[in-house]
Ligand binder design. Structure first.
Ligand code: UDP
Ligand code: MG
Length: 313
C-alpha cells in the first residue's frame, strides 16, 4: 500500500453533537476530490461519546479512516501534533471538528499546494465580528508580526494545509507548548494565505475563553521570539539612566535648596511606576522560565492509548 496523497487531521474534544454532521459532509467532500486520502481523528480525552462515535465511523470507512485515542486531554495543538506523527500523506490538512471550517474548501487548499506553495494559511471570509473585535485583532496581529515575524492574518482559523517537508520539520521539533500554524510558518519556504468560508459552530460550545485567547497570544510571543526579553532589558536600561539623572538632580537640589519634603507623593508615584515595571519584568522572565522548565522535564507530550487502523497487508 502506498502513502496517500492527502492526510486530513482533525482533533476532537467533546464534539459528540457535531461529529455526525461532520462525517456526513467530510467524506463526500473528500471523495469528490479524486485523490487518495486518509482522515486521522485524534480523540483528545473527550469525556462524552466522541470516542465511541469515532470508533463507529472507523468501522464504516476503515480504508480511509484512522483514529488515535489519547490518554487524556493534552490540548488541541498536541492532539494535532499526534496526528502529524501518524500522518503518511504527502500533503497534510488540519481542520476543526466543529464544522466551522467547511470541508468542501479542502480542495482549494490542495490546489494551492499543487501550485508549489508549501504552507497554505487561511482567512475566514464574512466573519460576523463586532467592530472593536476586528480592530483588536488587527492591532494584535501587527504587534505579533513585529515581535515574532510570523505573518498570520487570521490566527483563529485552523484550516490550513502543509507540505510534507514542513510536517517533517514540525515532527522533529520537540516543542511542548506551541501553536502549530506559527510553527509551520517558521519552516515555510513559500507560504500563502487564501480566503475560506466560515460558519457558526454547528453544535457544542467553543473551548476557548477570553482568558485562553489572551494566553494564546502571550504564548505566541514568548514561544516564537525572545524579543520581549530583549526589549525589557533595553527598557530597564533606559529607566536606570533616567533614575540616575533624577538622582543627580535631587542631590544638586539638596545642596542648593536645602532639605525639603515637598513632592513626596510625586516620588511615590514614580516609585510605584518602577515597581510595576519590575513586577512585569519578573512575570515576563517567569514566562520564559516556565517554558524552559516544561522543556527540560522532557515528559512525553501526549500519551496514546490506542490507534484504530486497518492492518496493512
Ligand atoms: N480541541 C481539542 N482539545 C482541546 C480543545 C479543543 O482537541 O483541549 C479541538 C476541538 O474539538 C476542535 C478544535 O480543537 O476540533 C478547536 O476547538 P474549538 O472549536 O473549541 O475552538 P475555537 O473554534 O473556538 O477556536
Ligand atoms: Mg471552533
Amino acid at each position: 500500500m502506498s502513502a496517500p496523497q492527502v492526510s486530513v487531521i482533525i482533533p476532537v474534544y467533546n464534539e459528540e453533537e457535531g461529529l455526525p454532521a461532520l462525517f456526513a459532509r467530510l467524506y463526500p467532500a473528500l471523495d469528490r476530490l479524486n485523490r487518495d486520502y486518509e482522515v486521522i481523528f485524534i480523540n483528545d480525552g473527550s469525556r462524552d461519546r466522541s470516542a465511541a462515535l469515532l470508533r463507529e465511523q472507523f468501522q464504516q470507512r476503515p480504508d480511509v479512516t484512522r483514529v488515535i485515542l489519547l490518554n487524556g486531554n493534552f490540548g488541541q495543538h498536541m492532539a494535532i501534533m499526534a496526528g502529524f506523527e501518524h500522518a503518511n500523506g504527502n500533503h497534510v490538512v488540519t481542520l476543526d471538528a466543529d464544522l466551522q471550517n467547511p470541508p468542501e474548501e479542502i480542495g482549494k487548499l490542495l490546489e494551492k499546494l499543487d501550485e508549489g506553495y508549501d504552507y497554505i494559511g487561511s482567512i475566514r471570509r464574512l466573519r460576523q465580528d463586532s467592530w472593536w473585535r476586528r480592530k483588536a485583532s488587527r492591532a494584535m496581529n501587527w504587534l505579533r508580526e513585529r515581535i515574532t515575524r510570523v505573518k498570520m492574518t487570521d490566527q483563529g482559523c485552523m484550516m490550513r494545509a502543509y507540505d510534507r517537508a514542513i510536517i517533517d520539520a514540525i515532527n522533529r521539533s520537540r516543542e511542548v507548548n506551541t501553536f502549530i500554524p506559527a510553527l509551520g510558518y517558521t519552516f515555510a519556504r513559500n507560504p500563502v494565505e487564501i480566503e475560506v468560508g466560515h460558519e457558526e459552530r454547528a453544535a457544542g460550545e467553543s473551548k476557548y475563553s477570553l482568558y485562553k485567547l489572551i494566553r494564546l497570544n502571550f504564548d505566541l510571543m514568548t514561544a516564537f521570539s525572545s524579543m520581549p526579553l530583549q526589549m525589557f532589558s533595553l527598557f530597564g536600561m533606559a529607566i536606570s539612566v533616567l533614575s540616575a539623572l533624577f538622582f543627580v538632580f535631587l542631590m544638586i537640589r539638596r545642596l542648593i535648596v536645602g532639605p525639603e519634603a515637598h513632592g513626596l507623593f510625586t516620588l511615590f508615584a514614580i516609585l510605584f511606576f518602577l515597581i510595576g515595571i519590575a513586577l512585569f519584568g519578573i512575570g515576563l522572565l517567569g514566562e520564559y522560565v516556565g517554558r524552559i522548565y516544561e522543556q527540560v522535564r522532557r515528559r512525553p507530550r501526549y500519551l496514546v492509548q490506542a490507534v484504530l487502523e486497518q492492518t496493512q497487508e
